[in-house]
Design a protein around this ligand. Structure first.
Ligand code: NI
Length: 139
């Protein structure tokens, strides 16, 4: 880490109260540590992932309902189409009718996003979120 600088921040006290609750819940020792992490995440990690010319890795989480006809087969076949990019899939049976999958995708960021959007917007998929993963080497 290079030189450290101090600055002051103004915000409504109601927002600061919520921030302090967040700190306690997450186990941060002080506000500076939490602010540094939030800024790193927003400015550096997301940006690094988006702009990287190298391969990136993302974890796509999807939840789907088995009540949608042939959804399992469709989700499964779709992943075979991207077998070069999809490294691994964890399948979890949430309850009688719902499955969750955590799908690890590797490639350039636009390709990873494209694959995630295709899977996430399939009929019967109730929830999807792509988590950009990074080594944080520029943070
Ligand atoms: Ni299942």
């Amino acid at each position: 880490m290079g030189k450290t600088e101090r600055f002051s921040v103004s915000m409504p006290s109601s927002l600061l109260e919520r921030f302090d609750i967040f700190l306690r819940e997450k186990g941060y020792n002080n506000r500076s540590e939490a602010i540094r992490d939030l800024i790193r995440e927003k400015l550096i990690i997301d940006k690094e992932w988006e702009c990287s010319r190298e391969e990136v890795v993302g974890v796509l989480v999807i939840v789907y309902s088995l009540k949608t006809r042939e959804i399992s087969d469709k989700v499964h076949h779709h992943q075979h189409e991207y077998h070069k990019e999809i490294i691994s899939t964890l399948h979890f049976h949430i309850d009688h009718d719902h499955c969750l999958e955590a799908i690890i995708i590797k490639g350039n960021s636009s390709r990873v996003k494209h694959i995630a959007d295709e899977l996430g917007t399939m009929k019967g998929v109730l929830f999807y979120r792509l988590i950009p993963a990074t080594t944080g080497k520029f943070a």
